[in-house]
Structure formats: C-alpha cells, structure tokens
Design a protein. Structure first.
Length: 145
C-alpha cells in the first residue's frame, strides 16, 4: 500500500509548555495533595507532571497553564535533588549514593521491596501518582556506571 494514503497516528503526549518534556498524566487528587491553594484549582482535572529537573514547572495542563515549584507544599524530586525519590519511604538520592559508595544496595533494595507491598501509598504520596520503583532503579543504574 502506498504510504501517501495512510494517516499517521496523532501524537497523544502532552509536552511541558516551558521545556518541552513529555508529561506524565496525573489526576486532580494528586495535584491538590501536593499544591498549595489557590494554585491547585487553576489547572484542568487531568494535569501532567513535568519530569525535567531543570524546569521550574511541576504540573501543566493541555491549555498550557502551569504550576511551578513555588506553589508546592513540599519539595519534590527531581525538581529538588534533595527531596525523596521515594515519597512513601523517604529514600533520597543521597541514600542511593551512600549505598554505591559502600558497595552495597541495602537502603535501595529495602525501599524497592517495600514499594511493592501494600504499605506503599504511591498514588497519594508521589507527586506523579506512580510508584518510585522505575525512578529509583534509573537513578541507581545511572550513578553506578
């Protein structure tokens, strides 16, 4: 079939209006938990989390409305590198770095195991509303090499 007559699928990713990073969809309940009023109500029901550590936008919506780090109730990773990567259990980049410098993965492994239990409350505590497992593993592997 001639590709001239085949329609390409539309892109569904929403991009941060400030830095262009692909956003992670986040429900309103997560946004309102992490953002001080009145900023939380100034964004659509479904917002997106900007994962770029160098961008001051934390949440944005399809209308390009944004919520910056200054409106957050507490620092969030990766916007603040000292904030916990794991919001449920408090694992920080420093904890992972200490594991690596000691040649063990005690703190990191304990957090990853706990994150897979019913004790984890990622949907409530994480600024993305998602589990930290992938981000913890990504950070660990990036620093290990």
């Amino acid at each position: 079939m001639n590709k001239a007559f085949v329609r390409e699928p539309d892109a569904t990713d929403e991009l941060c209006p400030r830095c262009g990073a692909i956003g992670t969809p986040v429900p309103r309940a997560v946004v309102t938990r992490h953002v001080r009023e009145p900023a939380a109500v100034a964004i659509a029901e479904t917002a997106n989390f900007c994962p770029s550590p160098h961008c001051d936008v934390v949440y944005f919506d399809m209308f390009e409305r944004t919520i910056s780090v200054t409106a957050m109730r507490a620092p969030v990773y990766p916007k603040d590198p000292e904030a916990p990567i794991c919001a449920c259990f408090g694992l920080t980049a420093d904890d992972i770095d200490r594991d690596l410098s000691e040649g063990v993965a005690t703190r990191t492994k304990a957090c990853l195991l706990r994150a897979r239990t019913a004790e984890a409350r990622c949907g409530e505590l994480s600024p993305t509303g998602q589990s930290c497992v992938a981000e913890v593993q990504r950070y660990f592997l990036r620093r290990k090499s």
